[in-house]
Design a protein around this ligand. Structure first.
Ligand code: 0GY
Length: 298
């Protein structure tokens, strides 16, 4: 069991989870590159965390995120609501409004959200809702209200982002395939990286990806690796997905790597994984620019 998989009963404040001095990427990222999975947290005095959170991150505000992106040469970002802020999207929305053209968001909302609230989020740059099925983070709750919510946001051209463990895919497959909008899978569907890419679980995930409504984020090796940096055990999974579906892959930093205790990921090293998993200029242009622009900015 990886450290982050141990259920936590104490949501006491975590130590800082991001590298204070990330290395500079050793390659030149394409113009217009997008970080399609990052978060902002707090500051807690302005944007309090959810009372039902399972972990308490350090404040990780938008200024620190902006500084990281400047350092890495990344021009746009998709800010994803994480469980520690529950369904209060205020910190994420505030970050979107600070750089409206360069930002898009993915919200976590109550199924009872009003149309006016959805419209207001759309105005701020939100283009998706996230369904989190990780039992160590949330009580996933029933599926039917989520299907109804998906139908409502699909009318506005939004998509659904799903976060699940590979072991839960069989029971979620028919729900996911029935959603009336694009479905973006976080962190490669969290494969068991101790088993190879030919394992039954990853084979089932690749079969799901044959459906053209499905997209996948191929970053986050730091969370999936059993060996740690440079994450060689995760590389084949990401490279396989980029080769399978070059037009439906996205990449993100996962900054500030919340709820991680194993090590402080170096974001420069994470970005250096991109030329390994996407070896051609064309593949990198799709992964970091064309695909996220199509999904979030068109
Ligand atoms: C991530 C991963 C995690 C946390 C969340 O919503 C969240 O709290 O996403 C995790 O603990 O695996 O996407 O950053």
């Amino acid at each position: 069991m990886k450290p982050e998989d141990v259920p936590r009963s104490d949501p006491g404040r975590d130590a800082q989870t991001w590298h204070p001095d990330p290395s500079r990427p050793s390659w030149r990222v394409p113009v217009g590159a997008v970080d399609a999975h990052c978060h902002v947290f707090g500051p807690q005095r302005r944007f309090p965390f959810s009372p039902t959170r399972k972990y308490t991150p350090q404040d990780a505000g938008v200024e620190a995120l902006n500084a990281l992106h400047r350092h890495m040469g990344i021009e746009r970002r998709v800010i994803v609501q994480a469980s520690c802020h529950g369904t209060d999207n205020a910190a994420m929305l505030d970050a979107l409004r600070g750089q409206p053209n360069a930002s898009r968001g993915v919200a976590v909302v109550d199924p009872g959200i009003t149309d006016a609230e959805i419209d207001s989020m759309h105005e701020a740059g939100v283009r998706g809702v996230r369904f989190n099925f990780l039992k160590r983070l949330v009580d996933p709750g029933p599926l039917a209200p989520r299907a109804e919510l998906a139908a409502r946001v699909a009318e506005r051209g939004w998509h659904v982002v799903v976060y699940f463990e590979a072991a839960d895919l069989p029971e979620l497959t028919s729900f996911l395939e029935g959603l009336p909008c694009p479905v973006v899978v976080d962190h490669m569907g969290r494969p068991d990286t101790s088993q190879g890419v030919d394992s039954l679980g990853f084979t089932a995930f690749r079969a799901l990806m044959e459906n053209e409504r499905f997209w996948v984020k191929v970053g986050c090796p730091e969370r999936l690796s059993r060996n740690g940096p440079p994450y060689d055990d995760v590389t084949p999974f990401a490279a396989t997905l980029v080769a399978d579906t070059p037009d439906r892959v996205l990449w993100g930093t996962d900054w500030p790597h919340p709820n991680m205790a194993s090590h402080l990921p170096d974001d420069g090293l994470l970005l250096d994984q991109v030329p390994i998993i996407a070896p051609s200029t064309e593949a990198r242009q799709k992964l970091m620019v064309d695909n996220p622009l199509r999904l979030y900015w068109s």
